[in-house]
Write a protein that binds this ligand. Sequence first.
Ligand code: HEC
Length: 106
Amino acid sequence: MRTTVFIRTTAIRVAAIAALAAAPAVLAGDPPAQYAASCGACHAVGVAGAPATGNVEAWAPRMEKGMEVLVASVRNGLNAMPPGGLCNSCSDEDYADLITYMATAQ
Ligand code: HEC
């Protein structure tokens, strides 16, 4: 009996994990997973001159530089922004997703 219960709980756990893994990284309108723990710390309200999330006007001159330049700014740091923007596990693609999210009206 115990074994059956164990197997059942394990199966449910595996199914739950599989469902989570299958969920798209960025749900429409939701911030990318890393946002709250990294970029959001400064960009949510625009700390130290950071262009604020959702403020399309503040982001416009930044976006003109092109995504590659912006990703490099995050990777290398820029003035008050530390290298990596507090997300050292982020890939360039993650940075691009985060930038697109922040530069879009919420
Ligand atoms: C400690 C605060 C802080 C964190 C955390 C932070 N930023 Fe920034 N960010 C800034 C500030 C301040 C600026 C404005 C820098 C300047 O132009 O002087 C900035 C500017 C930028 C720019 C514009 C760069 C350019 O070349 O004009 C991008 C893109 C950016 N941040 C992306 C991110 C991303 C993506 C993250 C998260 C991975 C992040 N930031 C995390 C403070 C932060």
